[in-house]
Write a protein that binds this ligand. Structure first.
Ligand code: SME
Length: 170
């Protein structure tokens, strides 16, 4: 089944009722689609823009996109969603913390995360996954949801797999 010609989720109201198996199915389809898109595209912006679009189209998250490591800061990169803050310092917010720790952070309630940067008042949960090249963080993938506890270990697992395929773009 092609989940993109027949979407599994039509809007974000369904997202809370997704089972682990549903998520795994959608991520597997996303991964295949992303692999296909990146097979022939080596440009950083073009590649990351389409990765953001595939994930947005599949999950209808509030915001999904990339911050790129530039001059010892995270700078806003390709994304899908509302206007976002453009620069994040090392260690600051969920994105800066994931960069500093070089590990994925799953935040069930962003209001409880010390130093969370609220780009949008609508966001209630978040996942940030580092993208690495030769072991160094070169970007982070950030996804935000207006639902609490939207992201879990299944999201971590599959988003880490997707991010592991992006290093060659940098
Ligand atoms: N909430 C993030 C900032 C980026 S926006 O959510 C798009 C953070 O705390 O780092």
């Amino acid at each position: 089944m092609d989940l993109f010609s027949q979407p599994f989720i039509h809007d974000n109201s369904m997202i809370e009722s997704l089972t682990t198996n549903d998520k795994a199915l959608i991520y597997t389809e996303c991964h295949t689609r992303i692999e296909g898109l990146l097979e022939t595209e080596t440009d950083l912006i073009a590649g990351l823009a389409n990765v953001s679009a595939v994930l947005k189209e599949a999950f209808h998250w509030w915001w999904v996109g990339f911050y790129l490591v530039k001059d010892k800061q995270l700078v806003l990169g390709p994304f899908q969603g509302p206007v976002a803050c453009t620069r994040i310092a090392f260690g600051k917010g969920v994105c800066g913390a994931a960069w500093a720790q070089n590990e994925t952070l799953v935040v069930k309630d962003v209001h409880q995360f010390p130093g969370h940067i609220a780009c949008s008042a609508e966001s209630n949960s978040e996942i940030v996954v580092p993208v690495c090249k030769h072991g160094a963080v070169v970007a982070v993938l950030d996804a935000d949801s207006e639902h609490f506890s939207c992201f879990d270990e299944t999201d971590r697992l599959f988003l880490e797999k997707i991010c592991a395929t992006l290093g060659h773009l940098f």
